[in-house]
Design a protein around this ligand. Structure first.
Ligand SMILES: Nc1ncnc2c1ncn2[C@@H]1O[C@H](COP(=O)(O)OP(=O)(O)O)[C@@H](O)[C@H]1O
Ligand SMILES: [Mg+2]
Length: 257
């Protein structure tokens, strides 16, 4: 058994919404230091998969194992405390609160509260995280004042503030301009390579970047998992995936890459 199989293991996962089989017998593993792209056309099941992993939805069958613990029956709160965090497509910040308060709330997960040091420095740390994603100038404005792109960055700041060991980003490039896309790619790579916001781990978190355009992902990930109609049709290096016949037929051939 390789090292991948001791970090995140998804085994034969299934999820249906009424008659719609949205996740079909999905199995894969993520290793401790990996950065992986999860792609697929709209409606492929990517966000559903993330919601299953983070405990917002429960699978019909199959298991999710993180650091040897079965987590698929856990509440989101417990899953975040174990070290998994993510951003979601439908962002739900507390819009009436200042931007920095949104980040501080995420800082307060219990695995961080254990670290008294961290709590004393919570204001500084929240500002550092906001600085890192590039919106510290908005720290004391209400979250409702943020643009769509800035809201995405706030979501990333909130996820980073929980000090994840495994971080999922759902469509981080969606709706961004080419310049913002480059900045986002840069931030993702920096976050992955350094443990600057983590009081417990030196290295950056393992990351899964969800997207529907291959182009944006190939330059930052080491491996790509392709989901199509709820099924994994490829799981390999970007070079191999881009030449995969099934991927080309079902996905790349459509031009929206
Ligand atoms: N809560 C839900 N109830 C019913 N159908 C859903 C629900 N969430 C997602 N779906 C359906 O499941 C499929 C996968 O959706 P989703 O995971 O959002 O895809 P993706 O993120 O890859 O675009 C779609 O057909 C979508 O309409
Ligand atoms: Mg989605």
């Amino acid at each position: 058994m390789n090292e991948n199989h001791r970090f995140l293991d998804i085994n034969h996962l299934n999820k249906s919404f009424g008659g719609l089989h949205a996740i079909k017998d999905v199995s894969f593993s993520i290793g401790k230091n990996e950065i992986v792209g999860l792609i697929g056309p709209n409606g492929a099941g990517k966000s559903t998969l993330l919601k299953l992993i983070i405990g917002l939805l429960k699978p019909d069958s199959g298991s999710i194992v993180f650091k040897r613990e079965k987590i698929h029956k856990f509440h989101t709160w417990n899953i975040v405390n174990l070290g998994i965090s993510g951003t979601f497509q439908n962002m739900r910040p507390f819009t009436a609160l200042p931007v920095i308060a949104n980040v501080k709330l995420s800082c307060l997960s219990s695995r961080i509260r254990k670290k008294g040091e961290w709590l004393k420095k919570i204001d500084t740390r929240a500002l550092e995280v906001l600085e890192f994603v590039g919106i510290s100038d908005q720290a004391f404005n209400k979250a409702s004042a943020l643009s769509q792109g800035e809201l995405k960055l706030l979501e990333i700041a909130r996820a980073v503030a929980t000090e994840p060991e495994l971080l999922f980003l759902d469509e981080p490039f969606g709706g961004l301009s080419p310049a913002e896309t480059d900045l986002m790619a840069e931030s993702i790579m920096q976050l992955h390579s350094g443990g600057q916001f983590n009081s417990m781990h030196k290295e950056g978190p393992a990351m899964v970047i969800i997207g529907h355009k291959l182009k944006q992902l190939v330059r930052i990930v080491e491996r790509i998992i392709v989901l199509n109609f709820g099924e994994i049709i490829a799981d390999n290096t970007p070079e191999v995936v881009m030449k995969d016949k099934l991927v080309i037929e079902s996905y790349l051939g459509k031009g929206d890459v």
